[in-house]
Design a protein around this ligand. Structure first.
Ligand code: HAM
Length: 425
């Protein structure tokens, strides 16, 4: 029986994993600078966590959740996103009692039963950030600034920041009725989902992925023209801050996002190099969600980066860490093998990747293995070398060779190229 991973679910292997680790460690450093602390939230939650927050008539809740009953008959769901679990965690642990803002980040797999295609998977990874407790647009600006800096540090600067404000509950009522009036006559031409959502949640029509529906949306009223005074002021303040900090953006009035919890600011970071699934990160404000989870009135804003899409964008751009050992220590005989292990430990202590002979193989096959692994050096220790207290060494890249003291291996390799920590910044 041959097994393979499920459709839309993939393994991450070397050398790609090095890019993942590079992104994760860069993100961690950046989050630290902006005061975000890591939280580890569960992969599985009560289904209601998602249905209540993301919204019943969204694609995610209607079609895409991995929901099943556990052995006690409770409905549980593999998390399709991290914001709702983060809010559940925030409320459950009374984190609002700590000084505001409370800023958190998380990373890990999310699950959505979508039709797999380029950049769209059923298990995908996000790095997410959520900041609680500040309603001022200065926090919105800081979040966007952090995201931009993070992408720059990772090596990406040609991204578009698309921005919108979908207002608060009050002004959205006016927008909804303008939208419904506009769409009324065209409704029979929309897909069945849009027709059904027209009465339930008309904003969802703007988020429909069906091509015909997208073209029918042309000329729809623009949400930002229906903002109330406070929401308008909030959005304008944000935009002026982005201008001051020279963060280019484009306004996208159709950016309503596929989740119902958003209020005011919404944004997506897109790239033309990603094809149809062009958002590499997305987020927005959700000032009501903490309350909806029976917490106090705490405003919040956050984003999530799609790891697979980010990796696809930077794969060709970054120089990967050396993916070959520094030294292969070839040994002949048990005593030499033990000495080889001891030398290997010393060199690893100094930060080098060392491979050893685990026993049995002839010198010829050990040297062949060193070559296949792409080792930079071979050290050879046999009976004669042991007796003389020496190592024979060869630099396989330059062809230079020599003999050194048993404990002298470090000086041979020390002045040649990269150590494990030498990532390009
Ligand atoms: P989202 O837009 O659903 O937002 O997802 C954020 C990012 O995750 C997307 O921009 C994309 O890069 C990636 N992504 C989403 N679905 C898939 C998929 N099927 N395959 C590959 N990548 C995918 C959220 O999840 C919100 N929780 C973001 C947020 C945080 N809002 C506020 N705080």
């Amino acid at each position: 029986m041959k097994y393979s991973a499920l459709k839309g679910i993939q393994d991450v292997l070397p050398p790609d994993i090095e890019i993942w680790q590079h992104i994760e460690s860069t993100a961690q450093k950046m989050f630290h600078l902006y005061g975000f602390q890591e939280i580890r939230i569960p992969i599985i939650e009560s289904t209601e966590i998602f249905t209540r927050s993301i919204g019943l008539d969204t694609d995610i809740v209607e079609k895409e959740m991995y929901t099943f009953s556990d052995k006690a008959g409770r409905s549980v769901t593999l998390r399709p996103e991290g914001t709702a679990p983060a809010v559940r965690c925030f409320v459950e642990h009374h984190l609002h009692n700590n000084p505001s803002p409370q800023k958190f980040f998380y990373r890990g797999p999310m699950f959505r039963y979508e039709r797999p295609q380029k950049g769209r998977f059923r298990q995908f990874y996000q790095i997410g950030a959520e900041a609680f407790g500040v309603s001022f647009p200065s926090l919105d600006a800081e979040i966007i600034m952090l995201l931009k800096k993070l992408f720059e540090k990772i090596g990406l600067d040609e991204l578009n920041f698309e921005l919108n404000s979908i207002g608060c509950e009050k002004c959205r009522q006016f927008y909804k009725s303008a939208l419904m009036t506009f769409l009324k006559d065209k409704l029979p031409d929309f897909c069945p989902d849009c027709q059904r959502r027209y009465h339930l949640n008309p904003l969802r029509i703007l988020d429909c992925k069906v091509d015909e529906c997208k073209s029918l949306q042309e000329g729809t009223p623009v949400v930002t023209e229906y903002l109330c005074g406070d929401c308008k002021e909030h959005f304008e303040d944000l935009l002026s801050r982005l201008k001051i900090f020279k963060i280019p953006y484009t306004l996208n009035p159709n950016l309503v996002r596929g989740l119902d919890y958003y209020t005011r600011t919404t944004f997506e970071v897109t790239s033309e190099h990603l094809g149809a699934q062009k958002a590499v990160a997305a987020g927005g404000r959700y000032d009501r969600l903490v309350e909806e989870f029976s917490g106090p009135q705490v405003p919040a804003i956050g984003f999530a980066i799609g790891m697979e899409r980010l990796v696809a964008l930077i794969k060709d751009k970054i120089v990967s860490r050396p993916s070959a050992p520094k030294v292969f220590i070839a040994t002949l005989g048990k005593s030499a093998e033990t000495e080889g292990f001891r030398i290997a430990e010393d060199l690893r202590e100094a930060g080098y990747w060392i491979e050893v002979n685990y026993g049995g193989a002839s010198l010829k096959s050990q040297l062949r293995k060193a070559d296949r692994l792409g080792a930079e050096f071979t050290f050879i220790i046999g009976d004669d070398e042991l007796k003389a207290g020496k190592i024979k060494w060869k630099n396989l890249r330059t062809g230079t060779e020599g003999v050194t003291e048993l404990r002298g291996g470090l000086s041979v390799i020390d002045d040649s190229s990269a150590q494990l920590d030498d990532w390009p910044e």
